[in-house]
Write a protein that binds this ligand. Sequence first.
Ligand code: NDP
Ligand code: OXD
Length: 308
Amino acid sequence: MTLLYKADPERGKQWAQLFAHKAPAIPLRLWPDIGDPAAVRYLAAWQPPEDLARTLPNLEVIFSVGAGIDQFDLSGVPEHIAVVRMIEPGIVEGMLEYVTQAVLTIHRDLFDYALQQQQRVWRELPVRSAASRRVGVLGLGMLGSAVLERLRLFGFACAGWSRSAHTLPGVECYAGAASLDAFLARTDMLICLLPLTSATRGFIDAACLAKLPRGASLINVGRGSQLDQQALLDALERGHIANAILDVTDPEPLPPAHPFWTHPRVRLTPHIASATRPETAVDVVLDNIRRHRDGLPMLGQIDRARGY
Ligand code: NDP
Ligand code: OXD
């Protein structure tokens, strides 16, 4: 009953130490040292090996080492293999830090102050209350709902949009395509925390951006291909969108000549908003292995038809 780890090798060493300590009965192997392929029942991976069914003939479960599973080509994963995304407190904490700093950067006018600094200008801008800023989160799952819970504490006017109906204290919840326009029309800071699926690819396009109020800002921490990057550039050019903070792009990294690199109203980070923390992720994977052995549902098992 081996677990094979195939992701960042440095973190793999931490996984191996944690497994040896917490679950010595479950052998953990680090890719590419797979040992007996027939013994591998569990795979923890960012990218599964090619030709999965032949490489690991007795595989039962793939655990994504990230919250997203869009990096897997599910057509190459046989139906009987369960796919589980990462639901663990460490990844939530990282996202709370990232989105909070992004929202506060925009709220406290740090884009404008950076431009003023370049020109050696010392000028106060009027300080607005958090309550006067309307934050809107696309996606009310593990991350979107946690982000809204945190942003509420600052007093922002919070709303979220998702596929199915949700109720979150102090958050205006919108659900489904019919309510999207109303959600966008009341949103000054749009934060994308949708999973990448066929329904969300290219979701933030020219039409979507046009429905935001003039002067709105965008924070994309979902996936790069959810955003039409040219549409964002056009909207920034027209001043319809004021600022964008992008942790994800398409491709990653962007080519050196891409205008985002030098755009004064765009801040880029290299897909670091959050990452699984081995010390908390291993507990979640071990719990799911126990559940799987006991025939219980695993936490985070994805619905292949929905794509997340
Ligand atoms: P969840 O699966 O917990 O939540 C997804 C949410 O999106 C749900 O509320 C779901 O609606 C909603 N949703 C999905 N499809 C649609 C749709 N077509 N229309 C409307 N709403 C939709 O995901 P997480 O919160 O765990 O993670 C979200 C994403 O964040 C990940 O998939 C990943 O891409 C990204 N991420 C980025 C990181 C980074 O470092 N930049 C780090 C970690 C994650 P419903 O509730 O109705 O099902
Ligand atoms: C994830 C990511 O999905 O790091 O976890 O993007």
